[in-house]
Design a protein around this ligand. Structure first.
Ligand SMILES: NCc1[nH]cc(CCC(=O)O)c1CC(=O)O
Length: 322
């Protein structure tokens, strides 16, 4: 194979992320690549993410394209990828993770603690909404959707950033702040809009946030130059961290729309996992940590499941409405 094909969604974030990975793989293999545009349900539905039921709307169409052979590789934001791995596809590489944190983009350079009482904060994520409400019960959380640019455009005084051809455009600047993943903003070169990186001690990110997953058919990952390049791109500390975060999410039976945050990291010879399950209204949270010295994918998976079981025994399912 002298060329490989990469499927991508059409959003600015998706094409940027996919482009970076494809360039890296072309560099490692010396092979050219071609990009195949794939429309997903998540891109065409304008309802709220919470109502969409979340899980997998962004990934499903790309997976069909892989299985049908319309592309060789697909690059997903790991946090949008359902925890159940479908038959006939493998995650061949998880590149080094970038910034894991959520970012506040507020008017007038404000920090979270400086937002006036009753300020409006936009997010489509029940996880962010619950943790923000827990930190600041006075805030008015507004359910928003759309691409990164569209959402930034909701902040009062912001220039129009819509990158969706105007489909999601609304009366501009109606909110005091929005919360987005720092990773997405940085990949798009929009980090200047960030007024505060939210401390994971206050707001834990989504399982897998800031990480990408390169998915393909098993034979693509088995032999050949592309397979070798995929192995080279894979980052073990990131793979261990996201494996434990996603195992926790799977064991809690939560999808990307559940009020569940998790963040793991390899430090010295340990994998450390912090997790939170929140009441959707932010009145209460269960936050726990665990660690293991078993630095294997199996060890990471067990860590996530054990922490989830502990949280379930403490009432996590009832609290979060799982
Ligand atoms: N759900 C959409 C989505 N999927 C991945 C990212 C950002 C990049 C990442 O977290 O890896 C975003 C946007 C956001 O949450 O602000």
């Amino acid at each position: 194979m002298s060329e490989f094909t990469v499927g991508t969604r059409g959003s600015a974030l998706a094409t940027t992320q996919t482009g970076h990975v494809a360039e890296a793989l072309s560099g490692l293999t010396g092979q050219e690549h071609r990009t195949v545009l794939v429309k997903t349900e998540g891109d065409v539905t304008s309802g709220s993410l919470a109502q969409l039921g979340g899980t997998g709307v962004f990934a499903a169409a790309l997976r069909v394209a892989l299985l049908e052979g319309r592309c060789d590789l697909a690059v997903h934001s790991l946090k949008d990828l359902p925890t159940k791995q479908p038959e006939g596809l493998v995650v061949a590489a998880i590149p080094p993770r970038v910034d894991v944190r959520d970012a506040l983009c507020a008017r007038d350079g404000l920090f979270l603690a400086e937002l006036p009482e009753g300020a409006t904060v936009g997010t489509g994520s029940p996880r962010r909404a619950a943790q923000l409400r827990y930190a600041r019960p006075d805030l008015q959380i507004v359910d928003i959707r759309g691409n990164v640019g569209t959402r930034l455009g909701r902040v009062k005084g912001s220039p129009d950033q819509a990158d969706d051809g105007g489909v999601g455009r609304v009366a501009q600047g109606d909110l005091d702040a929005v919360v987005l993943a720092a990773a997405g903003l940085e990949r798009l070169g929009l980090h200047a809009h960030i007024t505060e990186y939210l401390d994971p001690a206050d707001v834990l990110p989504a399982p897998g946030q800031g990480a990408l997953a390169v998915e393909c058919r098993p034979e693509t990952a088995r032999t050949g130059e592309l397979a070798e390049a995929l192995r080279e791109l894979d980052d073990l500390p990131t793979r261990l961290a996201v494996t434990s975060e996603r195992a926790l999410l799977a064991q809690l039976e939560g999808g990307c729309a559940a009020p569940i945050g998790a963040l793991a990291r390899v430090e010295a010879d340990q994998l450390l996992l912090d997790a939170v399950v929140a009441a959707p209204d932010g009145t209460d949270v269960i936050r726990r940590s665990a660690s293991t010295r078993e630095l294997t994918v199996g060890g990471a998976d067990a860590l996530g499941r054990e922490l989830a079981d502990l949280m379930l025994r403490e009432g996590a399912a009832d609290l979060a409405g799982l």
